[in-house]
Design a protein around this ligand. Structure first.
Ligand code: SF4
Length: 347
């Protein structure tokens, strides 16, 4: 992605801190920094993946970006189709309403987001009704267009969600999310609940619709093979921070952060139980009591004294991929020493 292109979304220093009160039976009190200074950009017609072990904050980032939870700090700047540059963070729900059609979410569990008492037609038309559309012919026409876009038939509009398989329900969920013609979508574990063969079909639909409708996705997943298939660039999260951002092929072939390097050995699935302990030693630390300095230092085979006291910033690097210059970022004090001067022998 050309770093000079105007982004669609700019997330700057996003924070989501939760205070933890010590109760009668617990002495623990303090602040959990679920998201702590996350910065990234999503460009027009780009899919940015967000990966990390469970509890790293990736789902919280997705929800905070769409303001389904209120961030405790930072900026979420959206470039609207009217040319305005809007920061979602300080806005009220009422102020956000005009922009809701431009940003949407695709959920992991489509069944829970589809009302069992509504027909598919009513489910698809609802976001348009909420946006003020009342013309029945228009609503039906839009529902018909969208159901066909996701590979179902207009005859399906009269049925109820229980009549569909998991994959079909996810197609309906996608049609509902896209019916207001959004430009930016947060997809959180959008295919995780599906069988592998169905996953492949849904990923293909998401990729096709991205091209047809000019969409950008923030694609949150713990499954690296899915991310590798769909994403243009990937951000890697660890304990509430982004530790690396790179074009997908560059990240998978040549990671520039010790944590990403360890994750690449965990393909295809980085759910905790599948990460081999010889690759990534130790547990993820408690988010309420993270290690000082680089939060990864207690699991990092390259850690030195500086890592225990200084938090590494996300720094930009130019690199080459297939003969082209690319931009990438890593938050490690010793990137140059570890990845550029050493032979990259993996553990
Ligand atoms: Fe490892 Fe230190 Fe780099 Fe953190 S800053 S990833 S502990 S080498």
């Amino acid at each position: 992605m050309d770093n000079n292109t105007t982004p669609l979304l700019e997330v700057e220093g996003l924070q989501m801190h939760f205070s933890m009160k010590g109760g009668a039976f617990s002495r623990r009190a303090g602040v959990i920094k679920a998201v702590d200074g996350v910065t990234f950009k999503v460009f027009p017609n780009e899919t940015l993946g967000l990966v990390g072990e469970s509890g790293c904050g990736k789902t919280t980032v997705g929800r905070a970006v769409l303001k389904s939870i209120d961030p405790t700090g930072g900026k979420v700047i959206f470039h609207s189709k009217t040319g305005e540059k809007i920061d979602f963070v300080p806005m009220t729900n009422k102020e956000l309403r005009p922009y809701r059609q431009e940003v949407q979410m695709i959920f992991q569990d489509p069944y829970s987001s589809l009302s069992p008492r509504m027909t598919v037609q009513e489910i698809l038309e609802e976001p348009l009704r909420l946006a003020g559309h009342t013309d029945k012919d228009y609503l039906y026409e839009q529902a018909k267009i969208m159901i066909e876009q996701v590979g179902l038939r207009s005859s399906h509009l009269m049925r109820y969600p229980h009549a569909f398989s998991g994959g079909q329900r996810q197609r309906i969920g996608i049609a509902r999310s896209l019916i207001t013609r959004p430009r930016f979508i947060v997809a959180d574990e959008a295919v995780s609940a599906l069988d592998v063969s169905v996953q492949a079909q849904i990923l293909e639909i998401l990729a096709e619709l991205k091209e047809k409708m000019g969409l950008s996705y923030l694609f949150i997943s713990h499954d690296l093979s899915v991310v590798k298939y769909l994403c243009d660039r990937v951000g890697v999260m660890y304990l509430g921070r982004i530790v690396e951002v790179a074009p997908t092929d560059a990240l998978f072939n040549n990671p520039l952060h010790p944590y990403s390097e360890a994750l690449m050995h965990a393909i295809p699935d980085i759910s905790e139980r599948q990460i081999r302990s010889d690759i990534l030693a130790g547990e993820i630390p408690d988010a309420a009591n993270p290690p000082s300095g680089c939060a990864f230092h207690n699991r990092c085979k390259y850690a030195k004294d500086k890592c225990k006291s200084e938090i590494p910033e996300l720094r930009g690097f130019t690199d080459t991929l297939d003969g082209k210059e690319i931009f990438r970022e890593s938050a490690c004090h010793f990137v140059e020493e570890i990845f550029y001067n050493h032979d990259k022998e993996m553990v």
